[in-house]
Write a protein that binds this ligand. Structure first.
Ligand code: ADP
Ligand code: MG
Ligand code: ZN
Length: 619
């Protein structure tokens, strides 16, 4: 569809547009050039000027009288003209005026003006055009690889500027990809032993974990051509175009082998065809997908074309794509763990001036669940904050504030709360913190604040784990739920009234309790029965229930029981330590922010702190 001949047509079309544009510009220049220096006047005015002796030169042609005014006449225009009228007195007037009468030389003048107004500009435009077209040719024309055909970018090694060193915390993923790069460099090592390298590898993981970055790094490392295209680019406005693009892409790849083809966001074309029926289908996408499947079958890795693709929605991909012989290898690019997060932060602070004492590991601890893109964002936000404060380097406080900005939004100091609202928020937050401090299986409190944030929070309590946990026990989950409900519990204990402020706490507590029942098998009632299955671990999709309706009702009951118990525990803890709750809340109201240390000091000084708790710290 979109082969070279067509591209020739396209070039012709460009040339036609170009010619029209040139004509328009030339006409405009002509028009303005004449208009600026000449003016038409009436015959009367002409006679006036003559009698006032303001005219230096006159030229008379068959239909027009052209004149040049004297330089001291006060007339701005250089040339005036008027029509010619039968006027018997005219000759006398002309003589008397003293103006010089120039003969008309009909041949000389038009030719010169034709040259000046038409030929020279056209020659100039011609050369300009040649330069511009020359550049276009280089860009996607006959030059490197006739890339006018489609938008696939060919990354040379130097062009992406990314290497595996730029990708941190994804060691397993890197390992799989290194193998592929290695194979392209030196296939004999693999073929001698009889190993087949997979034809295609699919990078799978949540958004922002660095899939695209990894692919670019592969381009940087593999010293082979690297074709990259995004799935959405294949799905064109015109039916058939996407398929044609796939064909072109693979044709080019075949010519350039050994090489790598990377299709980013492949879900845009690779969506399961089963689902399409409901939405009326999408012929275009289906054609594109079929073409892709056909092309993949046409290649084998002995041809040394390796196909990489990335997606964050592997479950929507058409099964045909995942069949052996196509994307038969999956490279998981998961959320980074603690060490990974620290490594990613290190990569990103390289380009930023940092104070010497910054502790990246504590930032990594505070960002559980964050992906690479978030961490890059945090570092940049910290640098912006440092600039705002007029500092020359980023300090720890900038990074900490940046974490909060990314998690909770910017501080919103102009949000005005009434005194009672402020008190409610303060007691609510101290409620969370106190329950956390007084229960055994909880993370230490890192910070409590009642400075409102743009993302809706009026205050929050931040807990930080001492080390990363991969398993959560039942006791820990029960304590977590109690901490989540501690905010509301404090409102009840203190004011004997409740507010809307706990909605998010309630949601999270309910979800945790429910998961205990349905997913983690943590209740006696349902033992180890799987009642829900998670449909997509990468998007926050709701799990699917797989149980009878009666059981479903019982799940609700069981969930409620867990929540009620936790709620009562929180209330009892706070009631027993009402004085401490009051004191800390008062201090929080004064200071607006309490650090974890300030908070723990107050807790430890109080009677609530006993040997039992001391043990918890030591453990
Ligand atoms: P994805 O394609 O998985 O959605 P990207 O590759 O586009 O994610 O990542 C976006 C940005 O986040 C990258 O350009 C990079 O700055 C940063 N980033 C993500 N993951 C990592 C990582 N593992 N190491 C370093 N930087 C990362
Ligand atoms: Mg991406
Ligand atoms: Zn709360």
């Amino acid at each position: 569809m979109f082969d070279n001949k067509n591209f020739g047509d396209k070039k012709f079309k460009y040339a036609a547009y170009y010619a029209v544009a040139v004509m328009v510009v030339v006409l405009m220049i002509n028009y303005f050039a004449t208009d600026l220096n000449t003016e038409q006047i009436t015959y009367n005015k002409f006679l006036d000027l003559l009698s006032q002796k303001k005219i230096a030169e006159v030229q008379i042609s068959d239909d027009k009288i052209t004149m040049i005014p004297k330089s001291d006449s006060g007339i701005e225009k250089k040339i005036l003209y008027t029509g010619r009228i039968e006027d018997p007195d005219f000759k006398n007037e002309l003589k008397n005026s003293g103006a010089e009468i120039k003969p008309v030389v009909p041949n000389n003048d038009p030719i010169r003006s034709f040259f000046v107004t038409w030929v020279i500009p056209i020659i100039i435009f011609f050369f300009l055009g040649k330069i511009i077209f020359g550049k276009m040719d280089k860009k996607f024309g006959s030059g490197v690889m006739s890339f006018g055909k489609n938008n696939a970018k060919l990354y040379a090694e130097s062009e992406t500027g990314k290497t595996f060193d730029d990708v941190a915390g994804q060691e397993e993923a890197k390992e799989s990809l290194v193998e592929i790069v290695d194979f392209l460099h030196d296939p004999s090592r693999y073929t001698e032993i009889g190993a087949k390298i997979p034809k295609g590898a699919l990078l799978v993981g949540p958004p922002g974990t660095g899939k695209t970055l990894l692919a670019k790094a592969v381009a940087g490392e593999a010293k082979v051509p690297f074709f990259s295209m995004s799935g959405s680019e294949f799905v064109e406005m015109f039916v058939g175009m996407g398929a044609a693009r796939v064909r072109d892409l693979f044709q080019q790849a075949g010519e350039k082998a050994p090489c790598i083809v990377f299709i980013d966001e492949i879900d845009a074309i690779g969506k399961s065809r089963d689902n399409a029926i409901a939405g009326g289908g999408n012929d275009e996408r289906e054609q594109t997908l079929n073409q892709l499947l056909a092309e993949m079958d046409g290649f084998d890795s002995s041809k040394r074309v390796i196909i990489l693709a990335a997606t964050n929605r592997p479950e929507v991909l058409d099964k045909a794509l995942l069949r052996p012989g196509r994307f038969d290898r999956r490279v998981i690019v998961d959320r980074p763990d603690l060490k990974g997060r620290e490594a990613i932060l290190k990569v990103h602070v390289k380009d930023v001036k940092m104070a010497e004492k910054v502790d990246l590991s504590s930032i990594a601890k505070a960002t559980s669940g964050a992906v690479g893109a978030d961490l890059a964002n945090i570092v940049n936000e910290a640098a912006l904050l440092a600039v705002k404060q007029g500092r020359k380097e980023v300090i720890q406080a900038d990074l900490e504030e940046a974490v909060e900005v990314i998690i909770a939004g910017k501080e919103k100091k102009d949000r005005i709360l009434s005194q009672h609202e402020k008190e409610t928020v303060a007691f609510h937050e101290v409620g969370h913190a106190l329950v956390a401090a007084l229960l055994k299986h909880t993370d230490p409190v890192h910070k409590i604040t009642i400075v409102p944030r743009t993302m809706g929070a009026l205050g929050y309590t931040m807990q930080l784990p001492e080390e990363e946990k991969f398993l959560v026990t039942k006791d820990e989950m029960l304590d977590q739920i109690a901490v989540m409900l501690g905010g509301r519990a404090a409102e009840e204990v203190k004011f004997n009234s409740i507010s809307t402020g706990a909605s998010n706490d309630i949601e999270r507590a309910t979800q945790t309790a429910r998961n205990m029942v349905t997913i983690y098998g943590m209740t006696d009632r349902f033992d180890m029965m799987a009642l829900e299955s998670v449909s997509n671990r990468y998007l926050d999709g709701r799990p699917v229930q797989n149980c009878s309706e009666r059981t479903s009702g019982e799940i609700d009951e069981e969930t409620l029981r867990i929540i009620k118990t936790a709620h009562e525990r929180a209330i009892k803890l706070l009631n027993d330590n009402l004085e401490l709750l009051n004191n800390i809340a008062q201090r929080l109201l004064d200071q607006e922010t309490l650090t974890g240390e300030e908070f723990m000091e107050m807790v430890k000084e109080s009677s609530a702190w006993n040997t039992e708790m001391e043990k918890k710290i030591e453990e």
